[in-house]
Design a protein around this ligand. Sequence first.
Ligand code: ADP
Ligand code: MG
Length: 336
Amino acid sequence: MVGTGLGAEHGILIKGGEHLELAHKVNTVVLDKTGTITAGKPSVIDVWSAEAASEADLVRLAAALEAQSEHPLGRAIVEYARERGGVWPEASEVRAVPGKGIEANIDGHVVRVGNRRWIAEELYIQVPDERLAAYESEAKTAVIVASDDQIMGVIAIADAVKPDAKQAVERLRAMGIDVWMVTGDNERTAEAVASQVGIDHVMASVLPQDKVGKVAELKRRGSVVAMVGDGINDAPALAEADIGIAMGTGTDIAMEAADIALMRSNLMGVVNAIELSKATMRKIRQNLFWAFFYNVIGIPLAAAGILNPMIAGAAMALSSVSVVSNSLLLKGRRFD
Ligand code: ADP
Ligand code: MG
């Protein structure tokens, strides 16, 4: 009770005592990229258009599709198009493909906006790599725009890492915890973000429905896994993990699926939640010691008639008082 109360005071909402008792055993933390390690507010940084289109055309085309999308990348593109005049053609038969992109019909053309792998699958064409490499090695997400079987251009989108992400990863590693990143984004962008925050285990190009499998795989290898995420696509993985931790700025379904919800969306909350669990478990062990210690000494003495019954009664009560007082000492603990 003191542990969960203290957590709540620090913006760490724990949905039950069992999660607090398990979290100290965590030896593997899996972090979602977008919205968890990064701020989740991506913005368009650069636009490159192939010869067939102007930059303005390209942005309009992409915005026509993304106006129907709820994806953060989509919102970034729409916002960018709005800032630049904001009229775009009518798109019909819009279809979002989770973890890949979005497609629609515009003036009789099939237009697609999405990642390289998906475009290559759909169009049987290789996307020119130099342009993408330049963006991705700078941790930007390169979104490709294609009309029928022609590449119209690339939109580079960046999402800054949270200011405390690096420190949080360092602290987790200092606790002996393996830190993983899992993302639907491509390998190069994922690696670039991972190196910015000091993560060396990266699982990239993971489709939304496969994140849960990655968590299950780590569990099978014997790890006690905490998954940290914010999106709809993280919810199954949050439920599968030994401990699911949701970011407070995340979707309702992520909060629902998680065991611990962080009211602030900074990553130090993850460190604090695990430290709180450790501190709570230490208290529980101390309390067990004091409870048994009194009884182990007191009961034989009382049975042998050596202990005055009044003193025995007082000792009995004192053991409870010591346990409660010791627990309340936890309240003095401060977290970053
Ligand atoms: P994350 O795991 O980072 O939240 P998602 O699984 O949502 O990522 O998406 C994976 C990738 O699929 C994105 O990095 C992007 O390349 C592509 N993608 C998905 N939806 C869209 C969209 N609406 N517009 C453009 N690209 C998209
Ligand atoms: Mg996310």
